[in-house]
Design a protein around this ligand. Structure first.
Ligand code: GDP
Ligand code: ZN
Length: 377
């Protein structure tokens, strides 16, 4: 795709009041910074008042679809390093450069100004260009467009947990705790919605007769999902899982106690995650962390394993969309009598017919009903 390199008129963040802006300009001017900054960044401030204030930035126009900024400012790539944001704490981001070094970076002011509707300009997972300064410090100059977005809703706002995660590791256990297929379906819906490749991982197969899982894993395998039957205890299936993670950024989800930490340790012993730790999500009254952290894997790739990740919500899913994320049920939708069929109470419903005569898995249909109802709430 040709680069759209030009001057871009862009809006200021809406919640900035003119008064605050004026004060900052004055303060910067007194320090002689504003002038210098404007020259360096090739940007001009124009317009007055809240509605007309816009700014011209030199750079490429970008897609804002996934919560990114509408502009990719021009940067000097001979001075900057490329890296991946591992975590964000307040105003500082830990960025791992391609050579493996980790830098603690602040964010260039222009990026904050360009951000119109986000609480956090930089998110874990972002691919960024940053200007190194000092031993392990730097300034993020540009955020590359995001390919994926994992969000959670809090106080009716979309909160970005992590970006550019292309795989979702859905972990369940064959026993202790017993398998919850409906929870797997729920996470599959999240993966489909976030356009992540889901891997269904059933751990603790040492505790059962693996053949007992075949009917269930068959249902998923027929839909084209990768299913891994593994045991962190015996090492069964771990090598294949390690290969599946190489070169990807994968988020790990699943209820506590299924063996997520044990599995990640088995894949990369250097992670040294605490096994059997009571996860923060269970500690009532304690403020749970919602910021995600990427852990680099020795064989290549990253994993994200954060309590906040495990509770992420379906963002902006309307009930009518739920069916579209069920790969197995979806092909029947056009055969329903009513175009707005909800596939629940309608008499002449192709999906219900297919369930009745065994062409569709009844349990998957139940999951659909639960999720469609849950989203309605
Ligand atoms: P997490 O909460 O999902 O991170 O689960 P943990 O990794 O902390 O493991 C919970 C418990 O399950 C621990 O007591 C582990 O020793 C145990 N466990 C983990 N993987 C296996 C496995 O493959 N087989 C058996 N039998 N136990 C396991
Ligand atoms: Zn129907």
């Amino acid at each position: 795709m040709a680069k759209r390199q030009n001057k871009i008129r862009t809006e200021f963040r809406k919640n900035r009041t003119p008064k605050a802006r004026a004060k900052e300009v004055a303060r910067g001017y007194l320090r002689g910074e504003e002038h210098q900054d404007a020259q360096q960044r090739d940007e001009r401030v124009s317009g007055k008042g809240e509605l007309t204030r816009k700014r011209t930035v030199v750079g490429e126009a970008a897609d804002v679809e996934r919560g990114g900024l509408g502009v990719l400012p021009d940067i000097d790539k001979t001075q900057c390093l490329f890296g991946r944001v591992l975590s964000v704490f307040g105003l500082t981001s830990a960025v791992q450069a391609d050579d493996g070094r980790v830098f603690h970076c602040s964010t260039r002011r222009i990026l904050k100004t360009l951000s119109t509707d986000q609480r956090h300009v930089v998110a874990a997972g972002d691919r960024v260009w940053f200007l190194p300064g000092g031993d392990d410090e730097g300034v993020i100059e540009r955020i590359e467009p995001r390919t994926h977005l994992l969000c959670r809703t809090s106080k009716r706002r979309q909160h970005i947990l992590v970006t550019n995660v292309d795989q979702l590791l859905i972990v369940g256990s064959a026993a202790e705790p017993y398998l919850k297929p409906n929870l797997i379906d729920r996470f599959l819906l999240c993966a489909e919605q976030g356009r992540m490749r889901p891997l269904i991982i059933i751990n603790k197969v040492d505790l059962i007769e693996p053949a007992d899982l075949m009917p269930l894993s068959g249902v998923y395998a027929r839909m084209g999902y990768a299913v891994h039957l593994v045991s962190a205890a015996t090492g069964a299936g771990i090598a294949a899982l390690r290969r599946a993670l190489q070169g990807h950024a994968s988020a790990v989800v699943g209820q506590s106690g299924v063996g997520k930490s044990s599995l990640l340790n088995a894949i990369d012993p250097q992670l040294r995650l605490k096994v059997g730790a009571i996860s923060e999500e269970n500690q009532k009254g304690k403020h749970t962390t919602t910021t995600a952290r990427l852990s680099p894997l020795a064989p290549g790739g990253y994993v994200v394993d954060t309590p906040g990740i495990r509770q992420f919500q379906l963002w902006d899913t309307i009930p009518a969309e739920v069916i579209g994320f069920f790969r197995d049920l979806r092909p029947y939708v056009n055969l329903c009598r009513f175009p707005n069929c909800s596939h629940t109470h309608e008499a002449e419903c192709a999906i219900k017919n297919a369930v009745a005569d065994g062409r569709l898995d009844a349990r998957r249909y139940e999951s659909y009903c639960q999720l469609a109802a849950g989203v309605l709430e």
